[in-house]
Design a protein around this ligand. Structure first.
Ligand code: SF4
Length: 333
C-alpha cells in the first residue's frame, strides 16, 4: 500500500478501508494544526490507487469491506472527474463496498456543481467529514482556516441540495480564554442552517509544533480552561435547533456524551453542565496533556520546546470519565 503521509480518520471510520488518493493537506495553513506540516501535498497517480485496490482485494474474508475512507487531509479536493474515476475503480476491485467517505474542506466543494455532487453521491460518496471548527468569522480568520461562515453556508447548502450527507467537527476552546460562548452561539447558528447528519466536537489541543503554540509562548493566545470548554459546549447545545446526532465522544474531550437533537437537548445540557460543575480542573488538564503526548509525532517529543506542554513520552490515555449520558450510541453513526 502507498501511504506516504500520516493516516488520519474520524472516530466513526474505524471499520473503513483506507485508500490513499492524496497525500498531505492542500491548505496546510491552519494555525492550530501540525498534522501535515512537513508533508508536500500531491494527488496519487491513478496507477498507484489501482495497485493499492488490487492489493486490497486480498483482505482477509472477515475484514469489513463495506466502506472506503479516502486519505489524506482533504481528498475531496480532487476534481469531479478524478473522484468519479476513483469510485469506478473501487467498484471494480471491491464490489462489496457500498459507500465512500473522505475528509473535505469547505473550499473543496466550491469547484463542484450541485449536479456533480449529486452524481458523486450516486457513485457512492456519502457522509463526508468536514472540519468547519467554528461559525465565528473572527476565529476562522485568526486560525487561517481559509473560508468564512458565508462559505460554509453556501457550500454545505450545495451538499444538502445534492443529498450528499456530511458530518462536521467543531473545535471547542478555539477562541481561547473567555471567548467560548461567542464562538458557541455563532457556531450553533451556522449548524442550524446547514443541518449536518452529525456533529462531533473536539477540544483544542495546542500541539507544540503548531503556529498556535508559538502564539501561546509569546503570550498572544491564552488557552481556555477545561471548565470553560465544557461551559462552551453547554451554550452550543442550548443554541442548537437542528435535527442531528451529537457525538461529544472524541479523545480530546474528557467525557463521552451523545444523543439526538433536538429530542435529547435537555438531557445533553444536564449531563455536560453537571459534569462541568463536578469535574476537577487539574484532573481535566492532566487528561489533555496525556492526550497531547499520544497525538504528537516522535520528532516533537524530542523538540526542546516541547516542555511547554509538560508531556511525557510514555504517557497513555487514562480511562476517561465514562459517565455520562447517551442514547442509542452507535460509534459509526
Ligand atoms: S486542520 Fe485540516 S485543513 Fe487545516 S491544515 Fe490541518 S489538515 Fe489541513
Amino acid at each position: 500500500m502507498h501511504f506516504t503521509s500520516p493516516v488520519h480518520r474520524p472516530a466513526n471510520e474505524s471499520r473503513s478501508i483506507f485508500l490513499q488518493v492524496t497525500s498531505g493537506c492542500r491548505h496546510n495553513n491552519c494555525r492550530f494544526c501540525s498534522y501535515f506540516r512537513n508533508v508536500r501535498f500531491c494527488a496519487s497517480p491513478l496507477e498507484e490507487v489501482e495497485s493499492d485496490l488490487a492489493e486490497l482485494e486480498h483482505l482477509p474474508r472477515h475484514f469489513p469491506k463495506q466502506r472506503v475512507f479516502l486519505q489524506a487531509a482533504d481528498a475531496f479536493c480532487l476534481d469531479y472527474d478524478r473522484l468519479m474515476r476513483i469510485a469506478e475503480l473501487i467498484g471494480k476491485h471491491l464490489p462489496t463496498v457500498t459507500s465512500i467517505g473522505a475528509y473535505a474542506r469547505i473550499d473543496d466543494i466550491t469547484n463542484k456543481s450541485v449536479e456533480q455532487l449529486r452524481s458523486l453521491k450516486d457513485a457512492g460518496y456519502e457522509n463526508l467529514f468536514i472540519g468547519i471548527e467554528t461559525g465565528d468569522d473572527h476565529l476562522l480568520k485568526l486560525m487561517n482556516k481559509g473560508f468564512t461562515s458565508a462559505d460554509i453556508l453556501r457550500e454545505c447548502g450545495k451538499l444538502n441540495e445534492a443529498g450528499l450527507t456530511f458530518t462536521v467537527s467543531i473545535i471547542n476552546g478555539l477562541g481561547g480564554h473567555n471567548y467560548g460562548p461567542y464562538s458557541a452561539i455563532k457556531t450553533a447558528r451556522v449548524l442550524n442552517e446547514i443541518q449536518p447528519a452529525s456533529i462531533r466536537p473536539e477540544s483544542l489541543t495546542v500541539m507544540p509544533n503548531s503556529p498556535l503554540a508559538d502564539d501561546v509562548r509569546l503570550g498572544a493566545f491564552a488557552e481556555a480552561t477545561e471548565r470553560e470548554r465544557l461551559n462552551e459546549l453547554v451554550v452550543l447545545v442550548d443554541n442548537l435547533e437542528c435535527e442531528t446526532r451529537f457525538h461529544a465522544t472524541q479523545a480530546t474531550l474528557p467525557m463521552r456524551i451523545f444523543g439526538n437533537l433536538p429530542t435529547d437537548k435537555r438531557d445533553l445540557h444536564e449531563a455536560i453542565a453537571t459534569f462541568a460543575e463536578q469535574a476537577d480542573e487539574d484532573e481535566l488538564r492532566q487528561h489533555r496533556l496525556r492526550v497531547t503526548s499520544m497525538m504528537m509525532p516522535e520528532h516533537a517529543l524530542h523538540d526542546p520546546m516541547t516542555p511547554l506542554l509538560e508531556t511525557t513520552k510514555n504517557a497513555s490515555v487514562s480511562p476517561r470519565h465514562n459517565i455520562s449520558w447517551g442514547r442509542d450510541y452507535n460509534p459509526l453513526a
